[in-house]
Design a protein around this ligand. Structure first.
Ligand code: SF4
Length: 224
């Protein structure tokens, strides 16, 4: 059986139909801006020392003062749990990892304990992490565990544009979500049903292919 990629899992956890379109269009390269934001996650020390003017030129999503404040609080919290050093200086970066079922790039491999870090270019939720990132993190943790023949029970999610870093445990619920998504990806054949949560469609690049009328389109058509 072929390996499922982490990015396919993440997309399917957002919307299986979106994965169908991405595969159809072979649309897999991340935009350049994504790499710029991800790069911030490897320069936290520099970013914390940067002036407001220098920070303004970085791809951050909040004001320089708020950003520094958030990142400093994040650093203090992670120093207390002994994880800051591993996150700022991981043992490996952008490593291709192959597990029993899935394969993909682990943005950072952290040691003692072994765990993956997923670096997202986007916005974090108010609390916790988004479901697609949960699924990606579980897949990355399982693949690392498979390669190293050891248990991996936690993962880190970084949102560098916002100076936010969160750590999650691989709970039974999160592992079940991963398994459900894996089954969905493997069963993908024709276009699946549209998602019920239509707020997801607002930021979806396939809204017009999909035949979904988003708020942006409704306003362009003068329907609201
Ligand atoms: S527009 Fe909505 S239903 Fe259609 S692919 Fe995108 S997220 Fe899924």
């Amino acid at each position: 059986m072929s390996f499922v990629s982490f990015s396919d899992l993440r997309t399917a956890a957002y919307c299986p139909r979106k994965l169908y379109y991405r595969r159809r269009d072979d649309d897999r390269e991340p935009p350049e801006e994504v790499e710029r934001v991800r790069d911030l996650a490897y320069r936290y020390d520099d970013v914390l020392e940067a002036s407001n003017a220098a920070l303004s030129a970085e791809p951050i999503a909040v004001s320089p003062a708020s950003y520094r404040d958030r990142l400093e609080r994040t650093r203090t919290r992670l120093e207390r749990t002994g994880r800051w050093e591993s996150i700022r200086d991981p043992v490996a970066r952008d490593r291709l990892v192959t597990g029993r079922h899935c394969r993909g790039i682990v943005h950072k491999v952290l040691a003692d304990p072994l765990e993956p870090s997923v670096v997202s270019p986007g916005r974090p939720p108010e609390r916790g992490v988004w479901e697609p990132h949960t699924v990606q993190a579980v897949a990355a943790a399982k693949a690392l565990a498979w390669e190293h023949e050891t248990a991996v029970e936690t993962a880190v999610l970084e949102y560098p544009a916002y100076g936010v870093i969160r750590r999650i445990e691989l709970t039974t619920r999160r592992k079940a979500l991963y398994r459900r998504t894996l089954r969905t990806v493997r069963a993908l054949d024709g276009p699946p049903a549209r998602v019920r949560n239509r707020s997801k469609c607002e930021s979806c690049a396939y809204a017009s292919d999909c035949g979904v009328t988003t708020r942006t389109l409704r306003s362009l058509l003068g329907l609201e």
